[in-house]
Design a protein around this ligand. Structure first.
Ligand code: KG4
Ligand code: ZN
Length: 347
């Protein structure tokens, strides 16, 4: 018997719904982006995000069912991002999911946003354990070891800014529109890494990251040049910044993959779309014949609901159903989420 999960995602600035078959196959996938509305403010405005979600959610759900030629009768369970994210934004998805699940008497599943980003990969390629996930998004930078489905062991994380956050802040200083990550990535392709920005390696045995020093170094360099009336090539600043981020992410990922003897390395989150990161990781892992490197397609790197349905499928199979008290949890940690599943935090 086939299993169909409806996924709903509203944690930040995309209103998204999707139907996924057997945890691995997209039946329909609809994303309504709000980027245009937030651009003029240079970042996501939480109140505006919530209002857009309220306006969009019904249409997005209708489109999802239309594309799939299905109704709620065909759905086995409803999975929704319960956190982390913007509380007002999350609430819209959680309430839509609860309403649908209750009205149609279907099981409800709460999904951690990062578990979703990781499971986006499973829509393209089956997991092989032990697996290492490099999660790089606007709010997260983590190295996560998975020994089995639904088990997330954080072996390294950022001590300050997330990689995507650093991209967006540097982009703002370069007067590039939000979200800055893709713009810097584009500029970096044509520039040269002429400036030697710092790399935060931290302690020898640590898989943690730190990007705030790098971010400040870039901002200071730009301010100093401006004060002296010097012009710096935007492309070279972008290429130099990207070289620093990519080198640290790549080196730590390769080291962790070898140390934990993983079979597969997957990259997840918005920054997984980065061309520089893709190319460098690919060339490093070419030398590691027994480790299989995988990236999700660009459309599944940024926020979507197919990834929430894919992670929801595992929660469903493992029997981790939510009750009607499920609530938006803005600060939900991966540890707390996996307490219902398997939790380990070894650092
Ligand atoms: O995963 P995501 O859509 O949302 C969060 O859960 O945070 O990630 C968004 C982040 C933003 O910071 C954006 O600038 C960054 O991903 N991003 C990129 C690229 N595409 C998106 N960063 C670097 N290079 C890219 N090509
Ligand atoms: Zn995300």
């Amino acid at each position: 018997m086939n299993e169909y999960i409806l996924g709903i995602e509203t944690s930040c600035d995309e209103t998204a719904a999707a139907i996924v078959k057997n945890g691995t196959e997209i039946v329909s996938n609809v994303v309504a982006s709000q980027i245009e509305s937030h651009k003029r403010f240079g970042g996501v405005v939480p109140e505006i995000a919530s209002r857009h979600h309220v306006e969009q959610i019904t249409m997005v759900l209708e489109e999802t069912f239309d594309q799939a030629k299905m109704t709620m009768k065909d759905i086995d369970a409803v999975a929704v991002t319960e956190g982390p994210g913007l509380v007002g934004a999350l609430l819209v998805g959680v309430n839509a999911a609860k309403g649908l699940a209750y009205a149609h008497q279907k099981p409800l599943l709460g999904v951690h946003h990062i578990a979703g980003h990781i499971y986006a990969n499973r829509l393209e390629k089956e997991f092989e354990f032990p697996l290492l996930a490099l999660v790089v998004s606007g709010g997260h930078t983590e190295l996560i070891l998975m020994k089995t489905h639904g088990s997330f062991e954080i072996i390294g994380e950022t001590r300050d800014d997330a990689a995507g956050e650093a991209y967006d802040k540097v982009a703002r200083t370069l007067n590039l529109p939000y979200p800055g990550g893709p713009k810097i990535d584009q500029l970096a392709q044509t520039g040269e890494a002429t400036i030697n920005f710092p790399r935060a390696w931290l302690e020898e045995d640590s898989f943690d990251f730190s990007f705030s020093g790098l971010k400040s170094a870039v901002i200071n360099t730009l301010h100093n040049a401006k004060q002296k009336g010097e012009t710096m090539k935007q492309e070279d600043v972008a290429a130099s910044f990207q070289a620093s981020v990519v080198e640290v992410l790549t080196e730590k990922t390769v080291k962790a993959a070898k140390q934990y003897r993983v079979k597969q390395v997957i990259v997840a989150g918005g920054v997984a779309a980065n061309q520089g990161l893709r190319t460098t990781l690919q060339s490093k892992f070419q030398l590691e014949k027994e480790i299989n490197l995988f990236f999700p397609p660009l459309s599944l790197c940024t926020d979507n609901a197919a990834m929430i349905a894919a992670a929801g499928s595992i929660a469903y199979q493992q029997g981790h159903k939510a009750n009607w008290e499920l609530n938006a949890n803005a600060g939900l940690s991966l540890e707390k989420y996996t307490q219902r599943q398997k939790v380990i935090h070894s650092k």
